[in-house]
Write a protein that binds this ligand. Structure first.
Ligand code: HSE
Length: 292
């Protein structure tokens, strides 16, 4: 059996939608998978690393075990990837790829809801997993016993991502967050998040952008960890961006910009950010895909 799995990168939070809102981007993890007589991951991350330590392998094995079956060996070749530990959902994409490998080679017949549940359980929050699975902009929340998700209609927006050449682990970026928020802060933070959703649904991107930048859940605490946070925000605004916010837990920043203006704005910002990879990316309406 041989097949290809493709999972998009994602940008979680979308400002104040902390652990709840995320969108898929046209930047994919694509794997070619073939059943083989031994496990092999290409290109090898490091010749000393045994396949048992490969993250995707570990996920696939865990899913097979949950279904009381064994995972037949496969050769997995990465055709395209997502930069790691940059806030672009690389771990969610890898988790879904692992789940899908097990699904295919062990004939598990998993539904989307199963994949969402397993993925969210492994990652701890659904905001990258849901858009990576379904594509588009997805709002989701996890009650433990059920995960509620809703897809928003496609938006007429481009995005620009500013990927620095430093990594930041989500765990480190979550450590700086408060354990609790005063009632007044929580009320305002949730109001701001509600307005982002309402404004996006009405196509009022100016209001949506203003509210995205007013997040009170995480950006005020995380901005200290993010180089050039204010500079990028200000310059992107000058170039016509509606908003510039952290992508997931950072360190990548993402701007929402008028449709068709992504490349122009990315080029302008790349000039002042020589150490960054500044890219215009379209939103991706397709989530996890398998082709044979
Ligand atoms: N919602 C998560 C966070 C996304 O901001 O920590 C990163 O995985």
């Amino acid at each position: 059996k041989s097949f290809q799995i493709s999972v998009p990168a994602t940008s979680a939070n979308v400002g104040p939608g902390f652990d709840s809102m995320g969108l898929a981007l046209k930047l994919n993890l694509t794997l070619q998978v073939e059943e083989s007589d031994q496990w092999e991951f290409m290109p090898p991350s490091d010749s000393d690393t045994p396949y048992e330590e490969n993250f995707i392998y570990k996920i696939a094995k865990q899913i097979a075990e949950r279904h009381h079956t064994t995972l037949p060996p496969c050769k997995v070749t990465e055709i395209s990837g997502i930069p790691l530990a940059r806030g672009l959902g690389s771990s969610a994409s890898a988790i879904l790829a692992g789940i899908e490998i097990a699904n295919q080679v062990c004939h598990l017949n998993l539904s989307d809801d199963d994949k969402l549940r397993y993925g969210t359980e492994i990652e701890g929050h659904p905001d990258n997993i849901a858009p990576a699975l379904f594509g588009g902009l997805v709002i989701s929340t996890d009650f433990g016993e059920e995960i509620v998700h809703m897809d928003l209609p496609n938006l007429e927006l481009d995005t620009v991502v500013y990927i620095p050449n430093i990594k930041l682990k989500t765990e480190a970026s979550r450590k700086v967050l408060p354990e609790a928020y005063p009632m007044k802060t929580a009320v305002k933070a949730s109001g701001v998040a509600n307005l982002v959703v309402a404004a996006l649904l009405q196509g009022d991107y100016t209001l949506a952008g203003r509210m995205m930048e007013k997040d009170l859940f995480h950006e005020p605490y995380r901005k200290e960890l993010i180089p050039n946070y204010d500079t990028i925000r200000e310059e992107a605004k000058r170039q016509g961006a509606y908003s510039t916010i952290l992508s997931g837990a950072g360190p990548t920043l993402i701007s929402f910009v008028p449709a068709e203006q992504g490349t122009t704005i990315a080029n302008a910002l790349q000039k002042i950010l020589p150490d960054y990879n500044v890219k215009a990316l379209n939103m991706c309406t397709e989530g996890l895909q398998v082709s044979y």
